[in-house]
Design a protein around this ligand. Sequence first.
Ligand code: FAD
Length: 297
Amino acid sequence: MTTEKLIIIGKGPAGLSAGIYAGRAGIATSVIGCSPKVAGDYDIDNYFGFPETITGNELIQRGVLQAQRFKVKILEERVLGVYFAENGFEVKTEEGKYPARGIIIATGVSRIRPGIKNLDDFEGIGVSYCVSCDGFFFRDKAVMVLGNFAANQALELKQYTQDVTICTQGKPIEISLEFVTKLQEAEIEIIEKKIDHLLGEESLSGVVFDDETQLVADGLFVAMGQASASDFAFSLGLERNGVFIQADEKQQTNIPGVFAAGDCVGRFLQISVAVGEGALAARSAIKYMKAAQKKSV
Ligand code: FAD
Protein backbone atom coordinates (compact mmCIF):
# COMPACT_ATOMS: atom_id res chain seq x y z
CA MET A 1 0.00 0.00 0.00
CA THR A 2 1.45 3.39 -0.93
CA THR A 3 0.22 6.75 0.28
CA GLU A 4 0.02 8.57 -3.07
CA LYS A 5 -2.49 11.38 -3.04
CA LEU A 6 -3.36 12.00 -6.71
CA ILE A 7 -3.67 9.01 -9.00
CA ILE A 8 -3.92 9.43 -12.75
CA ILE A 9 -5.21 6.38 -14.62
CA GLY A 10 -3.82 6.15 -18.13
CA LYS A 11 -0.32 6.67 -19.48
CA GLY A 12 -1.27 8.27 -22.77
CA PRO A 13 -0.97 11.95 -23.78
CA ALA A 14 -3.81 13.08 -21.47
CA GLY A 15 -2.56 11.23 -18.38
CA LEU A 16 1.09 12.22 -18.82
CA SER A 17 0.22 15.84 -19.50
CA ALA A 18 -1.86 15.90 -16.28
CA GLY A 19 1.04 14.26 -14.44
CA ILE A 20 3.51 16.91 -15.59
CA TYR A 21 1.28 19.74 -14.33
CA ALA A 22 0.42 18.04 -11.01
CA GLY A 23 4.01 16.98 -10.33
CA ARG A 24 5.31 20.42 -11.13
CA ALA A 25 2.80 21.91 -8.66
CA GLY A 26 4.29 19.72 -5.93
CA ILE A 27 1.35 17.31 -5.64
CA ALA A 28 2.36 13.70 -4.83
CA THR A 29 1.25 12.01 -8.03
CA SER A 30 1.27 8.56 -9.58
CA VAL A 31 0.37 7.75 -13.16
CA ILE A 32 -0.86 4.18 -13.47
CA GLY A 33 -1.19 2.84 -16.98
CA CYS A 34 -0.44 0.00 -19.26
CA SER A 35 1.35 0.52 -22.56
CA PRO A 36 -0.60 3.06 -24.56
CA LYS A 37 -1.94 2.07 -27.95
CA VAL A 38 -0.56 5.31 -29.34
CA ALA A 39 2.96 4.00 -28.64
CA GLY A 40 4.72 3.04 -31.83
CA ASP A 41 1.44 2.38 -33.60
CA TYR A 42 1.62 5.20 -36.10
CA ASP A 43 3.41 8.36 -37.16
CA ILE A 44 2.13 11.71 -35.96
CA ASP A 45 2.33 14.64 -38.35
CA ASN A 46 -0.08 17.13 -36.81
CA TYR A 47 1.18 17.61 -33.26
CA PHE A 48 2.53 21.07 -32.57
CA GLY A 49 6.30 21.47 -32.38
CA PHE A 50 7.41 18.44 -34.40
CA PRO A 51 8.03 19.57 -37.98
CA GLU A 52 9.44 16.11 -38.73
CA THR A 53 7.16 13.14 -38.12
CA ILE A 54 7.34 11.78 -34.58
CA THR A 55 6.23 8.27 -33.63
CA GLY A 56 3.71 7.71 -30.87
CA ASN A 57 6.31 5.68 -29.03
CA GLU A 58 8.79 8.55 -28.96
CA LEU A 59 6.17 11.07 -27.90
CA ILE A 60 5.10 8.91 -24.95
CA GLN A 61 8.71 8.21 -23.94
CA ARG A 62 9.38 11.93 -23.87
CA GLY A 63 6.22 12.50 -21.80
CA VAL A 64 7.26 9.84 -19.29
CA LEU A 65 10.72 11.39 -18.86
CA GLN A 66 9.23 14.85 -18.44
CA ALA A 67 6.75 13.65 -15.79
CA GLN A 68 9.50 11.78 -13.93
CA ARG A 69 11.54 14.97 -13.89
CA PHE A 70 8.80 16.40 -11.67
CA LYS A 71 8.86 13.36 -9.34
CA VAL A 72 5.74 11.71 -10.77
CA LYS A 73 5.73 7.94 -10.20
CA ILE A 74 4.93 5.94 -13.30
CA LEU A 75 3.48 2.52 -12.58
CA GLU A 76 3.10 0.04 -15.43
CA GLU A 77 -0.01 -1.74 -14.13
CA ARG A 78 -3.47 -2.55 -15.38
CA VAL A 79 -6.23 -0.91 -13.35
CA LEU A 80 -9.15 -3.20 -12.59
CA GLY A 81 -11.43 -0.82 -10.69
CA VAL A 82 -11.83 2.44 -8.80
CA TYR A 83 -13.91 2.56 -5.63
CA PHE A 84 -14.88 4.99 -2.89
CA ALA A 85 -12.82 4.60 0.28
CA GLU A 86 -12.20 6.40 3.53
CA ASN A 87 -10.65 9.82 2.73
CA GLY A 88 -11.19 9.46 -1.00
CA PHE A 89 -10.78 6.52 -3.32
CA GLU A 90 -9.07 3.20 -3.80
CA VAL A 91 -7.56 2.17 -7.12
CA LYS A 92 -7.32 -1.58 -7.58
CA THR A 93 -4.76 -2.92 -10.02
CA GLU A 94 -3.55 -6.41 -10.88
CA GLU A 95 -0.64 -5.75 -8.51
CA GLY A 96 -2.35 -4.16 -5.52
CA LYS A 97 -4.53 -1.42 -4.09
CA TYR A 98 -3.62 2.28 -3.91
CA PRO A 99 -5.36 4.94 -1.82
CA ALA A 100 -5.96 8.31 -3.47
CA ARG A 101 -7.44 11.62 -2.46
CA GLY A 102 -8.11 12.59 -6.06
CA ILE A 103 -8.40 10.72 -9.35
CA ILE A 104 -7.90 11.75 -12.97
CA ILE A 105 -9.29 9.24 -15.45
CA ALA A 106 -7.40 9.38 -18.77
CA THR A 107 -7.94 5.89 -20.14
CA GLY A 108 -8.68 6.76 -23.76
CA VAL A 109 -11.14 4.66 -25.73
CA SER A 110 -10.85 1.00 -26.51
CA ARG A 111 -10.82 0.44 -30.24
CA ILE A 112 -10.19 -3.30 -30.17
CA ARG A 113 -12.72 -5.16 -32.31
CA PRO A 114 -13.04 -8.90 -31.95
CA GLY A 115 -13.47 -9.63 -35.67
CA ILE A 116 -16.79 -11.51 -35.43
CA LYS A 117 -18.69 -11.29 -38.73
CA ASN A 118 -22.17 -10.18 -37.58
CA LEU A 119 -21.30 -8.70 -34.16
CA ASP A 120 -22.89 -5.33 -34.97
CA ASP A 121 -26.28 -6.97 -35.64
CA PHE A 122 -26.51 -8.05 -31.99
CA GLU A 123 -25.25 -4.91 -30.24
CA GLY A 124 -27.82 -4.03 -27.58
CA ILE A 125 -29.68 -7.33 -28.08
CA GLY A 126 -27.17 -9.65 -26.48
CA VAL A 127 -23.81 -8.05 -27.23
CA SER A 128 -22.55 -5.59 -24.61
CA TYR A 129 -19.26 -3.81 -23.86
CA CYS A 130 -19.84 -3.18 -20.17
CA VAL A 131 -20.38 -5.88 -17.55
CA SER A 132 -20.99 -3.33 -14.82
CA CYS A 133 -23.70 -1.64 -16.92
CA ASP A 134 -25.54 -4.61 -18.46
CA GLY A 135 -24.65 -7.70 -16.40
CA PHE A 136 -27.84 -7.22 -14.42
CA PHE A 137 -30.00 -7.91 -17.52
CA PHE A 138 -28.59 -11.44 -17.86
CA ARG A 139 -29.73 -12.86 -14.53
CA ASP A 140 -29.70 -16.69 -14.74
CA LYS A 141 -28.86 -16.57 -18.47
CA ALA A 142 -25.95 -18.16 -20.35
CA VAL A 143 -23.26 -15.52 -20.82
CA MET A 144 -19.85 -15.45 -22.41
CA VAL A 145 -17.05 -12.93 -21.88
CA LEU A 146 -14.83 -12.35 -24.87
CA GLY A 147 -11.21 -11.45 -24.18
CA ASN A 148 -7.91 -12.94 -23.12
CA PHE A 149 -7.70 -10.96 -19.86
CA ALA A 150 -11.40 -11.02 -19.06
CA ALA A 151 -11.22 -12.79 -15.69
CA ASN A 152 -12.39 -9.86 -13.63
CA GLN A 153 -15.47 -9.29 -15.81
CA ALA A 154 -16.33 -13.01 -15.79
CA LEU A 155 -16.14 -13.12 -12.00
CA GLU A 156 -18.29 -10.00 -11.77
CA LEU A 157 -20.96 -11.73 -13.90
CA LYS A 158 -21.13 -14.61 -11.43
CA GLN A 159 -23.26 -12.46 -9.13
CA TYR A 160 -26.00 -12.56 -11.77
CA THR A 161 -25.72 -16.05 -13.26
CA GLN A 162 -23.90 -19.34 -12.73
CA ASP A 163 -23.53 -19.94 -16.49
CA VAL A 164 -20.42 -17.90 -17.35
CA THR A 165 -17.75 -18.86 -19.90
CA ILE A 166 -14.67 -17.00 -21.11
CA CYS A 167 -13.76 -17.15 -24.80
CA THR A 168 -10.27 -15.86 -25.66
CA GLN A 169 -11.01 -15.48 -29.38
CA GLY A 170 -8.21 -17.87 -30.27
CA LYS A 171 -5.55 -16.19 -28.11
CA PRO A 172 -3.77 -17.70 -25.09
CA ILE A 173 -5.34 -16.57 -21.83
CA GLU A 174 -3.34 -13.80 -20.09
CA ILE A 175 -4.21 -13.79 -16.43
CA SER A 176 -2.32 -14.05 -13.16
CA LEU A 177 -2.13 -17.26 -11.14
CA GLU A 178 -4.39 -15.66 -8.55
CA PHE A 179 -7.13 -15.24 -11.16
CA VAL A 180 -6.62 -18.77 -12.53
CA THR A 181 -7.43 -20.09 -9.06
CA LYS A 182 -10.42 -17.78 -8.69
CA LEU A 183 -11.84 -18.87 -12.06
CA GLN A 184 -11.41 -22.53 -11.13
CA GLU A 185 -13.17 -21.96 -7.81
CA ALA A 186 -16.00 -20.16 -9.62
CA GLU A 187 -16.19 -22.99 -12.19
CA ILE A 188 -15.74 -20.62 -15.13
CA GLU A 189 -14.62 -22.50 -18.23
CA ILE A 190 -12.06 -20.92 -20.59
CA ILE A 191 -12.47 -21.65 -24.30
CA GLU A 192 -9.43 -20.76 -26.40
CA LYS A 193 -11.30 -20.93 -29.71
CA LYS A 194 -12.34 -18.19 -32.11
CA ILE A 195 -15.97 -17.18 -32.59
CA ASP A 196 -16.79 -16.93 -36.30
CA HIS A 197 -20.34 -15.60 -36.13
CA LEU A 198 -23.36 -15.20 -33.86
CA LEU A 199 -26.78 -16.86 -33.91
CA GLY A 200 -30.22 -15.51 -32.98
CA GLU A 201 -33.56 -14.29 -34.28
CA GLU A 202 -34.73 -11.34 -32.15
CA SER A 203 -31.77 -11.48 -29.81
CA LEU A 204 -28.56 -13.43 -29.34
CA SER A 205 -29.02 -17.16 -28.75
CA GLY A 206 -25.61 -18.67 -29.46
CA VAL A 207 -22.16 -18.50 -30.98
CA VAL A 208 -20.53 -20.53 -33.76
CA PHE A 209 -16.79 -21.18 -33.45
CA ASP A 210 -14.49 -21.40 -36.45
CA ASP A 211 -14.39 -25.20 -36.08
CA GLU A 212 -18.19 -25.03 -36.65
CA THR A 213 -19.08 -26.13 -33.10
CA GLN A 214 -21.77 -24.07 -31.34
CA LEU A 215 -22.50 -22.92 -27.82
CA VAL A 216 -25.67 -21.41 -26.33
CA ALA A 217 -25.19 -17.77 -25.28
CA ASP A 218 -27.83 -15.19 -24.33
CA GLY A 219 -25.20 -12.56 -23.67
CA LEU A 220 -21.76 -11.82 -25.09
CA PHE A 221 -19.63 -9.26 -23.24
CA VAL A 222 -16.74 -7.86 -25.27
CA ALA A 223 -13.82 -7.15 -22.94
CA MET A 224 -10.97 -7.12 -25.42
CA GLY A 225 -9.32 -3.94 -24.26
CA GLN A 226 -8.94 -3.33 -20.57
CA ALA A 227 -11.35 -2.24 -17.91
CA SER A 228 -12.61 0.86 -19.62
CA ALA A 229 -13.42 4.33 -18.49
CA SER A 230 -17.09 3.43 -18.53
CA ASP A 231 -16.49 0.54 -16.11
CA PHE A 232 -14.78 2.92 -13.69
CA ALA A 233 -17.50 5.47 -14.28
CA PHE A 234 -20.18 2.96 -13.43
CA SER A 235 -18.62 1.78 -10.17
CA LEU A 236 -18.21 5.42 -9.01
CA GLY A 237 -21.58 6.61 -10.31
CA LEU A 238 -20.09 9.08 -12.79
CA GLU A 239 -22.38 10.69 -15.32
CA ARG A 240 -21.75 9.39 -18.81
CA ASN A 241 -22.52 10.35 -22.35
CA GLY A 242 -22.78 6.98 -24.09
CA VAL A 243 -19.42 5.28 -23.56
CA PHE A 244 -17.77 8.60 -22.64
CA ILE A 245 -17.40 10.25 -19.24
CA GLN A 246 -19.27 13.51 -18.81
CA ALA A 247 -16.86 16.30 -17.80
CA ASP A 248 -17.34 20.07 -17.68
CA GLU A 249 -15.02 22.68 -19.21
CA LYS A 250 -12.70 22.31 -16.20
CA GLN A 251 -12.63 18.50 -16.71
CA GLN A 252 -14.60 18.00 -13.49
CA THR A 253 -17.01 15.08 -13.33
CA ASN A 254 -20.15 15.00 -11.18
CA ILE A 255 -18.14 13.37 -8.35
CA PRO A 256 -15.93 15.78 -6.36
CA GLY A 257 -12.30 14.69 -6.59
CA VAL A 258 -12.73 12.77 -9.86
CA PHE A 259 -11.61 14.41 -13.10
CA ALA A 260 -11.47 13.07 -16.65
CA ALA A 261 -9.43 14.03 -19.71
CA GLY A 262 -8.66 12.99 -23.26
CA ASP A 263 -10.42 10.51 -25.52
CA CYS A 264 -12.42 9.02 -22.63
CA VAL A 265 -14.34 12.33 -22.48
CA GLY A 266 -15.11 11.99 -26.19
CA ARG A 267 -14.68 15.49 -27.61
CA PHE A 268 -12.15 15.80 -30.47
CA LEU A 269 -10.12 12.56 -30.32
CA GLN A 270 -6.70 14.02 -31.01
CA ILE A 271 -3.41 14.19 -29.12
CA SER A 272 -3.38 17.99 -28.90
CA VAL A 273 -6.84 17.98 -27.29
CA ALA A 274 -5.89 15.15 -24.90
CA VAL A 275 -2.80 17.08 -23.80
CA GLY A 276 -4.83 20.27 -23.27
CA GLU A 277 -7.55 18.49 -21.33
CA GLY A 278 -4.89 16.77 -19.22
CA ALA A 279 -3.54 20.20 -18.25
CA LEU A 280 -7.04 21.44 -17.36
CA ALA A 281 -7.83 18.31 -15.35
CA ALA A 282 -4.57 18.73 -13.44
CA ARG A 283 -5.35 22.38 -12.70
CA SER A 284 -8.71 21.39 -11.23
CA ALA A 285 -7.19 18.46 -9.35
CA ILE A 286 -4.41 20.64 -7.88
CA LYS A 287 -7.01 23.10 -6.56
CA TYR A 288 -9.06 20.23 -5.11
CA MET A 289 -6.04 18.54 -3.50
CA LYS A 290 -4.77 21.76 -1.94
CA ALA A 291 -8.21 22.50 -0.46
CA ALA A 292 -8.43 18.93 0.88
CA GLN A 293 -4.95 19.24 2.42
CA LYS A 294 -5.91 22.50 4.16
CA LYS A 295 -9.03 20.87 5.63
CA SER A 296 -7.06 17.97 7.06
CA VAL A 297 -4.46 20.23 8.75
P1 FAD B 1 -4.77 7.07 -25.05
O1 FAD B 1 -3.67 7.55 -25.90
O2 FAD B 1 -5.67 6.01 -25.59
O3 FAD B 1 -4.15 6.59 -23.69
C1 FAD B 1 -4.92 5.94 -22.71
C2 FAD B 1 -4.01 5.21 -21.78
O4 FAD B 1 -4.76 4.60 -20.75
C3 FAD B 1 -3.21 4.10 -22.43
O5 FAD B 1 -1.95 4.12 -21.84
C4 FAD B 1 -3.95 2.85 -22.03
O6 FAD B 1 -3.19 1.70 -22.08
C5 FAD B 1 -4.31 3.26 -20.61
N1 FAD B 1 -5.37 2.49 -20.01
C6 FAD B 1 -6.64 2.32 -20.45
N2 FAD B 1 -7.32 1.53 -19.62
C7 FAD B 1 -6.45 1.20 -18.63
C8 FAD B 1 -6.55 0.38 -17.49
N3 FAD B 1 -7.66 -0.26 -17.16
N4 FAD B 1 -5.46 0.25 -16.69
C9 FAD B 1 -4.30 0.89 -16.98
N5 FAD B 1 -4.15 1.67 -18.07
C10 FAD B 1 -5.22 1.82 -18.88
N6 FAD B 1 -4.19 11.83 -32.98
C11 FAD B 1 -3.44 12.86 -33.45
O7 FAD B 1 -3.42 13.92 -32.85
N7 FAD B 1 -2.70 12.71 -34.58
C12 FAD B 1 -2.64 11.55 -35.31
O8 FAD B 1 -1.96 11.46 -36.32
C13 FAD B 1 -3.44 10.46 -34.83
N8 FAD B 1 -3.47 9.30 -35.48
C14 FAD B 1 -4.16 8.23 -34.99
C15 FAD B 1 -4.09 7.00 -35.65
C16 FAD B 1 -4.76 5.90 -35.13
C17 FAD B 1 -4.68 4.57 -35.87
C18 FAD B 1 -5.50 6.02 -33.92
C19 FAD B 1 -6.21 4.82 -33.32
C20 FAD B 1 -5.57 7.25 -33.26
C21 FAD B 1 -4.92 8.36 -33.78
N9 FAD B 1 -4.96 9.59 -33.13
C22 FAD B 1 -4.20 10.63 -33.61
C23 FAD B 1 -5.76 9.79 -31.90
C24 FAD B 1 -4.86 9.80 -30.64
O9 FAD B 1 -4.15 8.58 -30.57
C25 FAD B 1 -5.72 9.97 -29.39
O10 FAD B 1 -6.58 11.08 -29.52
C26 FAD B 1 -4.85 10.17 -28.15
O11 FAD B 1 -3.92 9.12 -28.01
C27 FAD B 1 -5.72 10.26 -26.91
O12 FAD B 1 -4.94 10.33 -25.77
P2 FAD B 1 -5.49 9.78 -24.37
O13 FAD B 1 -4.38 9.98 -23.40
O14 FAD B 1 -6.81 10.36 -24.09
O15 FAD B 1 -5.76 8.22 -24.61
